[in-house]
Design a protein around this ligand. Sequence first.
Ligand code: 3EB
Length: 337
Amino acid sequence: MHADQSVAFKPADMPLAPFEVQYLTPAAFKASSDPSILGVIAYGAYEPDGQADYPVASTCLDPLDEDCILEVWSSPDPVSYHRSGALKASITERICFGSIEIKQGEGEALEPIIQHAYDTLLSFLGDHSFPAPIRFWNYLPFINDDDQGMERYRRFNIGRYDSFAARLGLSVPPVASALGGHAGNIVVYFLAAREPAETIENPRQVSAYAYPAIYGPRSPLFSRSAIFRGDHCPYFMISGTASIVGHESRHPGDVDAQAVETLTNIRALIQEAERQGFPRTGKSWFLKIYVRHPEDLERIRGHIQEILGSDDHCIYLHADICRPELLLELEGVCIAS
Ligand code: 3EB
């Protein structure tokens, strides 16, 4: 994305799509007059409008091409705004969007914070007749750091697992991403709907919820991808995807080979989705690319441009990936018109 350009992932000819996401600079957002904002997620330093009634969260991730990017969710339907503890949510007839931003206090354990955040949002969704979380984003400071003998990402997995086990059951978890930053607060944000999405696993990878215990005492509960059938258009949502084959990381230390492997994993998911009826043509793509070392940005961008033809619908964020040897991760949404 460039400063003078916004990226939207709802094609203009789909006025009835249940939501739209745009990536805007703060100046472009201020100038826009969208009446039905679902929420704003900020990457980079941002002073939110203190009067806003919609959910706003400032992540611990910085964009690599800009000082600040705002991920602006909006809807064609009437929106109502809600609060429940630290949760801010917006509700339409068809979807619920929400975010929780939490400051972890000195000496406070991570697992109960995460479990409580998920308990709060899952019980809110249950109370408002949204039994089906579709997609979660988890951004936490220092995800790879050791905390009293266990990595913070592994502690995060324990908290999420305990909440899901009690409230969702463990059969088919939602699509998700989990990334780390270097300052700021924990942010969890989500999209939920009335009906569940159809999850699709990657034939090249062991399902994350079936990873062996060497990756931590509780499995990461997420599905690799899912087709969410909005009323008028299907969305294909892809979880954070990295250079993992089977359950093992591939190509440690080689960013080019990791980029190629990651794109192969994405292609495998798209093929699976197409086998399950997702349209083969007329798609528009949006990708979020997480880069561990800023100096790898141009190499990674080169691989993306080679595969996609351009990277107009991509944003690049500086983030730690949840295994220390992984140098990039990619997530995406594909919309069929
Ligand atoms: C992986 O495939 C890489 O814990 O929610 C990717 C997407 C990853 C989501 C999560 C973790 C998560 O295991 C890491």
